[in-house]
Design a protein around this ligand. Structure first.
Ligand SMILES: N[C@@H](CCC(=O)N[C@@H](CS)C(=O)NCC(=O)O)C(=O)O
Length: 232
């Protein structure tokens, strides 16, 4: 299958959750919008007046299928890449976890843009500080604790795309909230262990060392603003 991934160039964003699955499996794919002509194609695919046009990237072209929504793309790719069970209960279970990760990701984003994505960070800094304090104190440990518990209950489960996404969540959270994460990681050792296990996978190690892995930056979903990672 010739997979074509469509996602904004210059950031990891939600595209990264799909990229990690493709890279881990060693599947060849094209990151279409990283070329100027591919970028224009991505925009035109969203603008066309077709009922099945995607609302937003990432989306994946797989033969005649055009699949949008990160969790939906992984639901499709999982069994094909050997990163999900083939049984319906197993697939639904993973999909449920992936959708919970999607919720978590939105909250991590909304810390720096609590009023809305169309306002600059500087225009919503005060609200962002309040939101960040609540995120660090309540929401972050709640999500971490939930997934720590999941990993603890099923230590010998087959490796899957949720493990890759949890790796990415830790990567992003460590970048955005280094102080908070330093504290929390001590209590969430299964998540740290999962992160290290993913790092050691050959496909992922090769990907992270390549120029295909874009560095985190302040255009991305995870952003580091020191004032959002401090008690004061
Ligand atoms: N729930 C969707 C969200 C897609 C999404 O919000 N994509 C962002 C980039 S990461 C975007 O381009 N949004 C444009 C918009 O919302 O107008 C998913 O998980 O794929």
């Amino acid at each position: 299958m010739n997979y074509e991934l469509y996602y904004w160039p210059g950031i990891q964003g939600r595209g990264e959750f799909v990229r990690l699955a493709l890279e881990d499996a060693g599947t060849s794919y094209r990151d279409v919008a990283r070329s100027a002509s591919g970028f224009r194609r991505m925009i035109s695919m969203m603008e066309r007046g077709k009922a099945d046009r995607p609302f937003a990237p990432p989306f994946l072209r797989a033969g005649s299928l055009l699949i949008a929504q990160t969790a939906n793309i992984l639901f499709y790719l999982g069994p094909r890449l050997g990163l999900a069970p083939k049984s319906e209960p197993g697939r639904l279970r993973l999909h449920q976890l992936q959708l919970t990760i999607a919720d978590w990701l939105v909250e991590a984003h909304d810390v720096h843009h609590p009023l809305g994505a169309n306002f600059y960070f500087e225009q919503q800094k005060r609200a962002a500080k309040r939101r960040a304090a609540d995120f660090r104190k309540n929401r972050l440990p709640k999500f971490l604790g939930y997934f720590e518990g999941i990993l603890r209950q099923r230590p010998y489960r087959p490796f899957n795309y949720v493990d890759l996404s949890l790796f990415q969540m830790l990567e992003g959270l460590r970048y955005a909230f280094p102080n908070a994460m330093k504290k929390y990681e001590k209590k969430h050792l299964r998540l740290v262990e999962n992160h290290d296990r993913v790092l050691a996978r050959p496909g992922i190690a090769a990907y992270l060392a390549s120029d295909r892995r874009v560095a985190f930056n302040r255009q991305d979903i995870f952003r580091h603003y020191p004032e959002l990672d401090t008690e004061k």
